[in-house]
Ligand binder design. Structure first.
Ligand code: C5P
Length: 414
C-alpha cells in the first residue's frame, strides 16, 4: 500500500493525486502543491513525460515529501500503480491540463500513468486547463470540454489573461491560489458528503456590474468584479445544481459546466432573467442576485461621441429594480430569492439596511456586505440577514463563503 501509517487518533488526512501535464504553466503547480501541503493535504504527484521537461520532478518530491510517479510500469512497485493511486485519492487534480490531455481523457485513452489513474478513479476529477486561447477556443477542444463536463469532470478556469506567448485571451491557467482554494473547497465537500446536495436543482445566479452606455466611448456602471457571483455559480454547479449564470461584463473566465448568458445593461439582464425564470417564475428553484445592477441609465444614448462643451448636465432615468419586480410577482415560495446589499456602513446599521431591503424587495435572504470588505479581492466578510435572524460569517474567501451561503439556502428550497 502507498498510504503512510497514521496514528489512530489523527484525523484522516485527505489525499490528492496531483497530475501535471507538459504546459509552460507547469512551473506554477509547485505553488499549488505547497498550498495543499500547508493545508494538511497528502499530495501524490504524477507527471506526464512532457511535464518532466517543464518542471523537475525533485521540486515536487521536495515540496510534497512524496515520490513523483511518471512511469506506468515501475519495476520497484508491486501491484498496479494506477489502481493503487486511484484508490488512495480522495480527489484527482490535473494542473495544468493541456489540450492533449483533455482530448485523451475525453476519448478514454489510458496510455500513460496519469490517464490510466484518472480513468480508474471513482472520486472527483478537477482539471485546470492552460493553453493558447486559440487552442482553448478550437472546435475540437470545445467538443472535448463538453464531453468531459458531461462525464462529471470539474473545470477550474482557464481565465482570461496573458498567456506564455504574450498574447491575451481565455486560456491562461487560473492562479495557483485560486486552484488550491477550489481543490480544498471540493475536498471539504467530499469529507462532509455534501458534494451533490444540489442535484436536480435549478439555480439562476447573476453576477458582475451592468453597464449603461452614454455614447460609444462612455458609460455608467458599478464597481463589481463579479467574483462573488461567479464563486456562487461554481460552488452550486460543483454541488450538482444546473446553473444559469447571467453575467455583466467582467474580466473572469467563463466557468465550465453551466449555461452562461452575457449581458451588458440592466434591461438586458432583466430580459435574460425573464427567459431563465419563465413567465410563471417556475423554471428555477432559486435566484441569487449577486449582480451590481446600475440604478440609473442615461436618458439619452448618443450615437456619436459627445464633445466637450464646458459644464454639462446628464439626465438619468431609473432602471427597473429587477429583484423587487420578481419579488412582487412571486406567488408561493418559488423561486427562493437571495439579494445582496452592499453598504458603506457596518454593524447594526448594515443589518438594518439589509432587512429594510429584504422587506421592500420581498426576498428571503439578503447577503449584506460593506464596501470596505467586498470590492475586487478574493476575500469578503458577509452577514446573512433573513426576516427574523442575522448571521455574521467570519472573513473567508469568496468560494468558501459561497458554499456557506448555499448551505443556508438549501433548507429554504421548496
Ligand atoms: O437597492 P440595492 O441596489 O442596494 O439592492 C441590491 C440588490 O437588488 C441586489 O441583489 C441587486 O442585484 C438587486 N438590484 C436589482 N435591480 C436594480 C438594483 C439592484 O435587481 N436596479
Amino acid at each position: 500500500m502507498l498510504r503512510a501509517t497514521m496514528s489512530s487518533t489523527a484525523p484522516p488526512q485527505p489525499t490528492v493525486v496531483l497530475g501535471v501535464c507538459g504546459s509552460i504553466a507547469a512551473y506554477k503547480v509547485a505553488v499549488v502543491a505547497r498550498l495543499l501541503v500547508k493545508a494538511g493535504v497528502r499530495v501524490m504527484p504524477v507527471m506526464t513525460r512532457s511535464a518532466t521537461k517543464m518542471l523537475g520532478a525533485p521540486t515536487l518530491a521536495g515540496i510534497t515529501g512524496n515520490r513523483v510517479h511518471v512511469d506506468m510500469f515501475d519495476p520497484s512497485i508491486a501491484g498496479e500503480l494506477h489502481v493503487e493511486l486511484a484508490s488512495e485519492a480522495d480527489l484527482i487534480a490535473v494542473v495544468p491540463a493541456t489540450a492533449e490531455f483533455l482530448s485523451a481523457l475525453a476519448t478514454g485513452r489510458a496510455d500513460d500513468l496519469l490517464r490510466a489513474t484518472v480513468l480508474c478513479s471513482e472520486g472527483p476529477v478537477m482539471v485546470a486547463p492552460a493553453m493558447h486561447p486559440r487552442m482553448w477556443a478550437h472546435a475540437a477542444t470545445l467538443r472535448n470540454v463538453a464531453a468531459l463536463r458531461a462525464d462529471g469532470v470539474e473545470f477550474i478556469g482557464p481565465v482570461f489573461g496573458e498567456v506564455a506567448s504574450g498574447e491575451v485571451g481565455e486560456g491562461r491557467m487560473s492562479e495557483p491560489e485560486a486552484i488550491a482554494e477550489a481543490i480544498l473547497a471540493r475536498l471539504a465537500q467530499v469529507a462532509t458528503g455534501a458534494h451533490r446536495d444540489f442535484d436536480g436543482r435549478q439555480l439562476v445566479v447573476t453576477a458582475g456590474p451592468t453597464v449603461e452606455d452614454l455614447d460609444p466611448a462612455r458609460y455608467l456602471s458599478n464597481r463589481s468584479s463579479g467574483k462573488m457571483g461567479y464563486a456562487i455559480a461554481a460552488a452550486a454547479s460543483a454541488r450538482g445544481a444546473q446553473v444559469t449564470l447571467i453575467s455583466g461584463p467582467v474580466a473572469l473566465g467563463a466557468p465550465a459546466g453551466m449555461n452562461i448568458v452575457h449581458v451588458r445593461s440592466a434591461r438586458e439582464m432583466q430580459a435574460a432573467l425573464d427567459a431563465a425564470l419563465g413567465p410563471e417564475l417556475t423554471r428555477a428553484d432559486a435566484l441569487v442576485m449577486a449582480a451590481a445592477v446600475a440604478d440609473y441609465r442615461p436618458g439619452e444614448v448618443h450615437a456619436a461621441k459627445m464633445k466637450r462643451t464646458g459644464a454639462t448636465t446628464l439626465e438619468l432615468v431609473p432602471n427597473p429594480d429587477i429583484l423587487a419586480g420578481i419579488g412582487g410577482r412571486r406567488e408561493g415560495g418559488k423561486p427562493v430569492l437571495v439579494g445582496f446589499a452592499l453598504e458603506t456602513v457596518s454593524g447594526d446599521a448594515l443589518i438594518c439596511a439589509a432587512r429594510d431591503k429584504l422587506n421592500k424587495k420581498r426576498v428571503d435572504l439578503i447577503v449584506a456586505n460593506s464596501a470596505s470588505d467586498a470590492f475586487d479581492g478574493d476575500d469578503n466578510r458577509i452577514v446573512l440577514v433573513s426576516r427574523d435572524d442575522s448571521e455574521e460569517l467570519p472573513r473567508a474567501s469568496k468560494r468558501v463563503l459561497a458554499d456557506q451561503l448555499l448551505d443556508r439556502l438549501l433548507p429554504l428550497l421548496p
